[in-house]
Design a protein around this ligand. Structure first.
Ligand code: 5GP
Length: 191
């Protein structure tokens, strides 16, 4: 998506060779016009998948996921990052390792917001090692529902996330795919 690539080139900050900071338009301040176009793009790609709900992971996935849900005319469900297990039976939970923080959390979904018949589209801001998305897949699968697609705003294609998701037969659509981060800046796979 050209508008997104241009924005990453103009405003993205490369930290070492692994991390890209996009605080000025996605992770701290948010560009609503860009989010609206991201939502339209995901909705166009996944329009024939009979999506019934969009799932995302708090908090940076919420803005693009909300615009996608609006365009698909379905509810948005925000998976919570809890610090510990909830011991009543009202939720599904799975342990996820945080890429940026090096900690773990319990990804949590209330049983009230998923049915066996649901076709879920998972949207997230970044794909690195695929841990967050794999956790979301485990929750949907545990509920007996189906993951019908995964939409990623920024994929770091030099890390193993895409491979991990495709090995689970997932249709992964990323709007920007980064081949390399370094002193020369951001290199996209099309470059
Ligand atoms: P994964 O679970 O795929 O290893 O990592 C994805 C999650 O880690 C994303 O939800 C995102 O919050 C965070 N993340 C991974 N890599 C980056 C990065 O380069 N920049 C930022 N801002 N977040 C990242």
């Amino acid at each position: 998506m050209k508008q997104l690539q241009d924005k990453i080139r103009q405003e993205g900050k490369v930290i070492g060779t692994n991390i890209l900071k996009v605080d000025s338009f996605l992770n701290h301040q948010v560009d609503p016009e860009l989010m609206a176009n991201i939502g339209k793009e995901f909705a166009k790609y996944f329009k024939d998948k009979r999506i019934t709900k969009v799932f995302t992971i708090e908090s940076s996935g919420i803005a693009p996921a909300m615009m996608t849900a609006l365009n698909l005319n379905v509810p948005l469900v925000i998976l919570k990052k809890q610090s510990s297990k909830i011991l009543n039976g009202d939720v599904y939970q799975t342990k996820v390792e945080s890429f940026t923080k090096g900690t773990t959390y319990e990804l949590t979904l209330s049983k009230n917001y998923i049915e066996k018949e649901d076709n879920i589209l998972i949207i997230d801001d970044f794909l690195a090692h695929g841990e967050a998305a794999s956790g979301a897949i485990r929750l949907v699968t545990e509920a007996g529902a189906t993951v019908s697609g995964i939409g990623i705003v920024i994929e770091k294609s030099f890390q193993i996330g895409r491979e991990k998701l495709e090995s689970q037969d997932m249709d992964v659509y990323s709007l920007a795919r980064i081949a390399k981060l370094g002193a020369e800046g951001v290199i996209f796979i099309e470059d």
